[in-house]
Ligand binder design. Structure first.
Ligand SMILES: Nc1nc2c(ncn2[C@@H]2O[C@H](COP(=O)(O)OP(=O)(O)OP(=O)(O)O)[C@@H](O)[C@H]2O)c(=O)[nH]1
Ligand SMILES: [Mg+2]
Length: 543
């Protein structure tokens, strides 16, 4: 236990917290069901801890396949005294849709990045007695709030068919009273069998096929729901939790049953159409805001130990620098629906906060902003956390020096980034357009301007608030070790002076967060002091 050298704060044991909130299992979400943490089986929980050792995942590429439509049915009424009744094949069911929804329960994209192909269900085929096929199952992709979605590729068979039809319509004069013909060949008909579109009666013979005449293929159709589909190309910034999911890809319509093709000449058509094939979209998802709290500290400061103490994360801990090479994320559950919640915190919209996330980032070293050590990619994570926790080791030299060194690194990185941004917005090439025909003929002064700006590699550079403007606090670890009190006292005095504005802000920036900076002593290996961190974090997040 830590003795009373740390002032008025006593260090109670940590709250019961657990790491994963389960409310999404992609294998089960068909049909818009949302599974809550409490309904998850222990086995699945256990499996996930093995499969995903808490590695933070902020990017995923997924290929989505909307459901194809079921085929139409070829069937005839058959009853006593009616040996050869009229056509009564049902239409095929339409394919399943794919939806996306940003929800608060999700904290990482790791489940999506593991399953990079998602398929909505296929519509069932139509059946006899004019029974339509059952619709395919929908898929809802639930992502964390702060996900940016961008389309990479799209294959839409219906769109292609429409384009083909337009082309044909332009090439061949349409028959009187009708639009352009489908599938080329002979615009005036009769049409021959197109294997990919027509379904034939099983008893039909090859000779029949060769001589049979088919009606004009119906135009490629879209389901009515496609009108609410997100316009192509998909580019979404899901920064608020969504009450209802958004339609990304509508399932394709089913084929038409044989009653659709009854004519005076062909009263009993022995064909029906196949369902349309579903579209596929490849999306890149990126989590813009990664965690509520980012742990910033020198190597070996005890960041991973702290994460383990606060969440159920099993991040690796070792008594040497660079134990952590990949960022880890842990979720601190505030309300596990058992007993009283650990906090009564609420989101801005009044919904109770059930958890918050902590990102354990590899240790920062001197000149990390020049990509030294594990460098820039990790500073990127720092930039995206809402609150920063500077973790300093009380047992490794002067804590104030360590804190200032950390801020310096963060500040340098930011300065470099601002410079880069400015360079990006400068025009890349000068351009002076021709002002007269003469000039053009002489072909002088021809330069072209390519305005740099959003491009494919950086289509969305969301506005990120300055790092120094983020709320922050200091976590002084290893407070259980002897002789650390003095170090902590000096640290707390320094921090108080910084919040009072008596000394320069360690970032060296002018616009800084104006709240009161706290310094908390903790002993992560004993779990002491973690409750205070939670209280503080929740307070900062609520502001
Ligand atoms: N006595 C004591 N030791 C601690 C405490 N927290 C961490 N340690 C020890 O400090 C060492 C480093 O801990 P880590 O959690 O791996 O440190 P880290 O900051 O994640 O280090 P990197 O991943 O290398 O950046 C381990 O040997 C821990 O056991 C603490 O509160 N008290
Ligand atoms: Mg670590």
């Amino acid at each position: 236990m830590i003795d009373a050298g740390y002032g008025d704060r006593d260090l109670p044991s940590p709250p019961a917290v657990s790491k994963y909130v389960w409310n999404l299992d992609l294998a089960k979400i068909a049909g818009a069901s949302v599974n809550h943490a409490s309904t998850m089986s222990n086995a699945a929980r256990y499996l996930d801890t093995i499969l995903v050792p808490g590695i933070l995942c902020d990017k995923a590429t997924v290929q989505l396949f909307a459901g194809s439509g079921g085929h139409g049915c070829i069937s005839f009424l058959k009853e006593k005294y009616i040996p050869a009744g009229p056509a009564n094949g049902g239409d095929g069911g339409s394919g399943g849709n794919i939806w996306i929804q940003a929800v608060r329960g999700e904290t990482s994209l790791h489940k999506l990045s593991r399953r990079n192909i998602l398929r909505a269900g296929r519509g069932k085929n139509g059946q006899g007695r004019t029974r339509g096929g059952v619709r395919g199952d929908d898929i809802i992709i639930q992502v964390p709030v702060g996900t940016v979605v961008r389309e990479i590729e799209r294959v839409d068979p219906v769109f292609e068919a429409e384009q083909r039809q337009k082309l044909e319509a332009g090439r061949a004069p349409p028959r009187e009273g009708e639009e352009g013909s489908e599938e080329g060949a002979n615009p005036a008909g009769p049409w021959k069998w197109d294997r990919s579109r027509w379904l034939l009666y099983p008893a039909i013979t090859p000779q029949d096929i060769a001589t049979a005449e088919f009606p004009r293929l119906p135009r490629a159709r879209r389901p009515a729901i496609a009108s609410v589909q997100v316009a192509a190309p998909v580019s979404l910034d899901l920064s608020v939790p969504m009450e209802k999911p958004l339609l990304l890809a509508a399932g394709a319509v089913g084929g038409l049953g044989n009653p659709h093709f009854v004519t005076k000449e062909v009263p009993r058509p022995k064909f029906a159409t196949k369902g349309e094939s579903g579209m596929s979209i490849t999306l890149e998802l990126e989590l813009k805001l990664l965690a509520d709290v980012g742990l910033v500290g020198l190597p070996n400061a005890g960041k991973s130990t702290l994460l383990r103490a606060m969440s159920k994360s099993r991040a690796r801990v070792g008594n040497w620098a660079f134990t952590t090479l990949q960022p880890n994320i842990g979720t601190v559950v505030l309300d596990d629906y058992r007993g009283r919640p650990a906090s009564h915190s609420k989101y801005a919209d009044g919904e109770p906060r059930i958890n918050y996330t902590i990102a354990d980032i590899p240790g920062l070293v001197k000149d990390a902003h020049l990509d030294r050590g594990l460098g820039i990619s990790f500073l990127r994570h720092v930039e995206r956390a809402r609150v920063l926790a500077f973790v300093v080791d009380l047992n490794a030299g002067d804590a104030v020096t360590a804190l200032r060194a950390l801020w310096k690194e963060v500040g340098e990185y930011e300065r470099m980034k601002i410079q880069e941004e400015q360079e990006k917005s400068d025009p890349m090439v000068e351009w002076s357009p021709f002002r007269s025909v003469d000039e053009a003929l002489r072909n002088q002064n021809e330069t072209i301007v390519i305005q740099s700006g959003p491009n494919y590699n950086a289509p969305l550079t969301p506005e990120i608030p300055s790092i120094a403007a983020k709320p922050w606090f200091v976590v002084a670890t290893k407070a259980d070790l002897p002789g650390t009190q003095e170090n902590f006292k000096a640290l707390r005095e320094y921090v108080e002076e910084v919040s009072g504005g008596h000394v320069e802000h360690p970032s060296g920036r002018e616009k800084v967060w104006e709240g009161k900076v706290e310094a908390l002593p903790i002993s992560a290996i004993n779990g002491h002091g973690t409750r205070q961190i939670t209280e503080l974090v929740v307070g900062l997040l609520d502001d």
